[in-house]
Design a protein around this ligand. Structure first.
Ligand code: SF4
Length: 356
């Protein structure tokens, strides 16, 4: 066994898919950083530039904790915004801090040119086997797809669970079983098994519960800790949560830019970067689809999502749908968030009563 111990920062549930890719595709050990906590954010904030967006700080803190757990090779990805520069800056900061690690920046690879991923993977393990990495990539991509499908079902139903914690416990079991999947056949079996198990969990759903559409920035919207577990708070109030933005939808199941532009042309002519176009498109869809409210989530300092806010305000006025904005930074407190959700809940209930 080689001594390559790889880490990708903690992000939502997706690390199980990265683990598969690293272990079965690259024959390296995958090292988990601990789950994100206050310490992760404190470490990241201490060494990150002050005004950088919050996901950068979470990632930096997560790298440091993974290095403490033994990781010696770190991976970063790219995106359609400042995320593209994260890798270089993270690498430099970690070097300046004296950490002796290899940094592989997948921002150098391009989706349109799959072989560029092979070049980056080779930097992790020069002895990689093309057939193995191809196989493991296909399984990891499918795993992400299944994770997202199961989590969509959870968001629609967890607010009505009869046994408290039943969805959460089954989700943890599902993630643990995914970690031991060896190939696509096993993956399909696990997915079908858990989909059935989730559908068998007892729920007590009223006829017309409140439904909210969550829109916003990539990282914060998907990562529970970063958004202060907002979906769990909504579930406690018996609200269905619709959230299109996840990894598989945003990368593999999205419409072409020109198609999205056509759909949102009343509100925006240009692509404002990162997730902005999808945010607008989905806000319109949720409003048309009978959602009772929209919740916009973003990290502090996320310029593409700041640009969407006046547009979202217009959508809210045109469709008479309430909207609330949350911007998370290192200082955001749970108390403030819960108070605002409480008030938003009352507003949605009043509106629902009126339109009955
Ligand atoms: S989408 Fe926004 S918060 Fe996320 S990395 Fe890009 S600029 Fe930063």
């Amino acid at each position: 066994m080689n001594n390559i111990k790889v880490n990708f920062p903690r992000w939502a549930s997706y690390n199980v898919a990265v683990e598969h890719l690293i272990r079965d595709g690259l024959d390296c050990e995958y090292v988990y950083g601990p789950p994100i906590t206050k310490r992760t954010l404190e470490l990241g904030s201490k060494y990150a530039p002050d005004y950088v967006c919050t996901p950068f700080k979470y990632n930096l803190g997560s790298y440091i904790e993974a290095i403490e757990n033994g990781a010696n090779t770190l991976i970063q990805i790219g995106g359609a915004c400042r995320l593209n520069y994260y890798g270089e800056v993270h690498e430099q900061i970690l070097k300046d801090l004296g950490y002796n690690v290899k940094f592989v920046n997948m921002a150098n690879a391009k989706l349109a040119k799959p072989l560029t991923f092979y070049d980056e993977f080779k930097k992790i393990n020069p002895n990689l086997n093309l057939a193995k990495i191809t196989q493991a990539t296909l399984v990891a991509v499918k795993m992400v797809d299944y994770l997202d499908k199961i989590e969509d079902y959870i968001r629609e139903n967890v607010g009505f669970e009869v046994v408290e914690g039943s969805f959460d416990n089954l989700h943890k079991e599902f993630l643990e079983d995914l970690r031991h999947v060896k190939d696509k056949k096993e993956l399909n079996v696990i997915y079908k098994l858990y989909l059935r198990k989730f559908k068998n969990l007892e729920i007590n759903k009223p006829k017309n519960p409140l439904k909210v559409g969550i829109i916003g920035e990539y990282y914060t919207i998907m990562d529970d800790y970063s958004n202060h577990f907002i979906e769990k708070e909504l579930a406690k109030k018996g609200i269905i949560v619709k959230r299109w933005m996840n990894l598989s939808n945003s990368i593999f199941h999205n419409e072409k830019e020109e198609e999205v532009k056509k759909k949102i042309r009343k509100y925006a002519k240009f692509n404002m970067g990162a997730t902005a176009m999808f945010t607008i498109q989905k806000a319109i869809e949720y409003a048309k689809d009978g959602c009772d409210g929209l919740i916009h989530l973003k990290s502090f300092g996320c310029t593409p999502e700041i640009d969407t806010m006046p547009v979202l305000q217009r959508i809210s006025e045109d469709y008479k749908i309430p909207i609330i904005y949350f911007s998370f930074d290192t200082q955001t407190s749970d108390v403030g968030i819960n108070t605002r959700i409480e008030a938003f809940y009352d507003m949605m209930m009043m509106r629902k009563e009126k339109v009955k």
